[in-house]
Design a protein around this ligand. Structure first.
Ligand code: AMP
Ligand code: MG
Length: 519
């Protein structure tokens, strides 16, 4: 392979912690701590993303080489890598949590590919850092499989996200108390290499702001604008205002996509919000099978359901408001920040209509259509209907005589289907009339719908099946699932099983509907 070229601007241009080594500490006046990954017993590549390898200019021979597993398992550095853990804070579940930092993520460096694109390579689960607090800096295989698969699935679905290059088994066990119930178990460990133009989070700005370190905050703001938003023009206050507005709009785009595909992040703390509006930190995330705005996969959040599916747009706004608060000292008054937050609300409203229209196969949604959609959402919720299957099938109804049979696979409860059949038919008739009025060619409408309504999503139970097999030593399930998720909008005959609604056994099973942060 062509050797990777590194240009490590973050460590070169920003102040770092003078102390070396993983001693747990509060790190003042610095945005990162240099730290090496801790070696593992027997690194072995389980799976990789061919698209990300190409993006980085790596050939297959390198990916298959022992050197690759060694580097991306954390045992060896390539020339030019300068590993570090970033220092950031965050609001967790609504409360300021102080310094958090990369407790189990270590950035290896920023590589620049042949096209001049900058990609930060970051290992997750590579051992302790000054920010590991009481934990071990490691990740278990199950959560690593989930992060690896979902990052790539989201990318192929068209959702802004960090990417995943590789999944490497460490050959070591990690002890986890999965549900915090005093029954810790040894589980196989793994390391994922995540890839993104930048892993800077809202929390990176919040921490210096919380400490009153305006000089450090200002350095980070200027650095971020310059490195991660090179397309922005202007200077001074106007540039900063435009930057914050862009952050708000990108966040709106990400959220609108989550709502479109039924993704629930699960832990939308401000340390898990990317400044680039990328989905980041795949932990106790989930996909809504039956359409349920109140659902959250995260058991830690079961009481308040702060991060439930339907609440994500509001939470993102709240998080952006925390970012705005942190940025106050480097802005001229609150107006420019308020203007940015306004841009979030406007962009989200616009995108919600745009994506909503695409899902329904309409050119656009007018106010009446919003009502029609709201009624549908109510039916889907009350009727316990699978969101993904329903919208995909909606493209196939007979507009002249809509029938419910097209949606047979989408219902979780036959009794509800039967008792609500007339409500559904009534809605379908009104929908069919609206579609006819839109006057779009059927083929065009169907193609537009199929491009907005995936056939395959990374359902929780599918990931769990792949995990169960991998824990028994059969890793083919991970590879197959990645492969199907590379083309989520295609029919893919023969792979119907991977588009099936959640089976009954998965309804309340750990890993399928219940996930904890402990991973
Ligand atoms: P999360 O909820 O996964 O976003 O993590 C919140 C904070 O806890 C971050 O600072 C993480 O780096 C840290 N953290 C989570 N798991 C571990 C772990 N196993 N070892 C060290 N730090 C961790
Ligand atoms: Mg995190």
């Amino acid at each position: 392979m062509t050797p990777l070229r590194f240009d490590n601007t973050f460590v070169r241009e920003l102040p770092g912690d003078p102390e070396l080594g993983p001693r747990v500490r509060q790190v003042q006046s610095a945005l990162y701590s240099s730290i090496h990954p801790s070696p593992v017993a027997a690194p072995r590549l389980i799976a990789h993303s061919p698209e990300v390898a190409v993006l980085l200019g790596m050939d297959e021979a390198f990916v298959r080489s022992p050197e690759f597993a060694s580097v991306f398992g954390g045992n060896q550095l390539l020339d030019g890598m300068q590993p570090y853990a970033a220092n950031y804070g965050g609001h967790q579940f609504g409360n300021w949590a102080g310094q958090l930092g990369d407790g189990r993520a270590i950035t290896l460096g920023e590589t620049v590919n042949a096209a001049g694109q900058r990609w930060e390579l970051q290992l997750k689960g590579a051992g302790s850092t000054p920010y590991s607090r009481t934990a071990d800096g490691r990740a278990v295989l199950r959560s690593s499989i989930r992060e690896f698969l979902c990052s790539e699935a989201m990318f192929h679905l068209g959702v802004p996200t960090t990417r995943a290059l590789s999944l490497v088994a460490t050959g070591e066990d990690v002890v986890r108390d999965m549900f915090y119930d005093g029954r810790p178990q040894a589980e196989p460990g793994a390391v994922v290499c995540r890839v993104a133009p930048s892993f800077i989070r809202f929390g990176n700005f919040e921490l210096p702001a919380s400490r009153g370190d305006v000089a450090l905050l200002e350095k980070l703001v200027d650095f971020t604008i310059h490195r991660d938003f090179p397309e922005l023009e202007g200077s001074g206050a106007a540039l900063r205002e435009e930057w914050f507005g862009q952050v708000c709009e990108r966040t709106a785009l990400m959220i609108a996509h989550w709502m479109r595909v039924g993704f629930v992040h699960g832990v939308m703390n401000t340390d898990n919000m990317s400044i680039l509006g990328l989905t980041i930190d795949y932990g106790p995330y989930g996909w809504t099978d039956n359409y349920d705005p109140d659902w959250t996969p995260n058991t830690t959040d079961r009481q308040n359901r702060r991060y439930r599916f339907g609440q994500q747009p509001q939470v993102a706004f709240w998080n952006l408001s925390r970012l705005a608060g942190a940025l106050m000292p480097v802005f001229d008054g609150v107006e420019p920040l308020q203007a940015g937050l306004q841009r979030y609300a406007q962009a989200l409203a616009r995108l919600d209509r745009e994506f909503g229209a695409a899902k329904l196969g309409l050119r656009e949604l007018d106010d009446d259509d919003l009502l029609l959609r709201q009624q549908l959402h109510g039916l889907l919720r009350d009727g316990e209907v699978d969101m993904t299957i329903f919208f995909r099938a909606l493209a196939d109804i007979d507009l002249g005589q809509p029938r419910l049979t097209v949606f047979n696979d989408a219902f979780y409860d036959i009794e509800k289907r039967d008792s609500m059949a007339s409500d559904f038919l009534d809605w379908l008739q009104r929908y069919a009339a609206r579609v006819s009025q839109d006057g779009r060619a059927p083929g065009e409408r169907r193609a537009a719908m199929n491009a907005a309504n995936p056939r395959f999503v990374m359902r929780n139970y599918l990931a769990q099946q792949a995990i169960d097999r991998a824990e028994q030593g059969d890793e083919q399930g991970v590879i197959d699932l990645l492969d199907v998720m590379r083309h989520p909008y295609d029919e893919q005959p023969g792979r119907e099983a991977l588009a099936a609604r959640r089976p009954d056994w998965a309804r309340d099973r750990a890993g399928c509907s219940m996930l904890s942060c402990s991973s």
